[in-house]
Unconditional design. Structure first.
Length: 225
């Protein structure tokens, strides 16, 4: 059962790819307002891999091909937030994340390009050092407890029931502190914990909360490959 945050048998190869530099797209602004909170965004890997065209493409091979292990919940990223939708992003130029840092966190976020993207867009607003940014993200991610995903997948859910399932296994976290994201077909793809300025769980603001409680949600139990 792919139901854990930890990768099941994650095997990092001797050589990993060097990611491309990431920069803002044309028209995407640099923003550096004061940080008032954070989002810890976690992706359900079986859903991501069900949607990719070719699991052996370079971008998704490590996560989706099954060659390096199987993944359940992975860390999408730790995102600094403000009191409005204009969150900080691209705060300083980002160099390539060093190979030792990529290797250390590849089983947590199984894509070197995603690690590079998260550092460039979000991490540079929190620290001048990628190792410090990913260490903070790792500590928060490893503290999260996850509900029985096989049980959730066995019958239709709502965004509200998914929130309650996560809240029930995480002491001190209540359903209004959890955001749920689903794709257009209603498949669960992400769960996000809203955090305050000291990275403690807090009630999500309306623009953070994602799917409404009554939204019908389907949960993919395992990777189809």
């Amino acid at each position: 059962m792919v139901a854990q945050a930890q990768a099941l048998g994650c095997n990092i190869p001797d050589r990993i790819a060097v990611p491309r530099l990431k920069q803002p797209k044309r028209g995407e602004p640099v923003r550096n307002p004061a940080i008032t909170g954070y989002l810890l965004a976690m992706s359900w890997s079986p859903q991501h891999c069900a949607e990719v065209r070719n699991p052996k493409d370079a971008r998704d091979r490590f996560q989706c091909s099954g060659e390096s292990g199987r993944f359940g919940w992975i860390l999408h990223g730790l995102w600094p937030e403000t009191d409005s939708a204009g969150y900080p992003q691209w705060c300083r130029p980002a160099k390539i994340v060093p190979q030792p840092v990529l290797r250390k966190h590849l089983c947590m976020t199984p894509s070197v390009q995603l690690l590079q993207h998260e550092w460039a867009k979000h991490g540079t607003c929190m620290s001048p050092h990628p190792a410090a940014y990913f260490r903070s993200a790792e500590l928060l991610f490893r503290a999260v407890r996850f509900p029985d995903m096989k049980k959730l997948a066995s019958k239709p859910q709502t965004a509200g029931s998914v929130r309650r399932a996560f809240a029930s296994v995480n002491p001190g976290v209540t359903a209004p502190m959890i955001a749920v994201s689903a794709d257009k077909q209603g498949w669960l793809d992400e769960v996000r914990f809203c955090l305050g300025p000291r990275m403690k769980p807090t009630k999500c603001q309306p623009f953070q909360s994602g799917a409404k409680d009554g939204r019908q949600i389907r949960v993919r139990a395992t990777s189809p490959r």
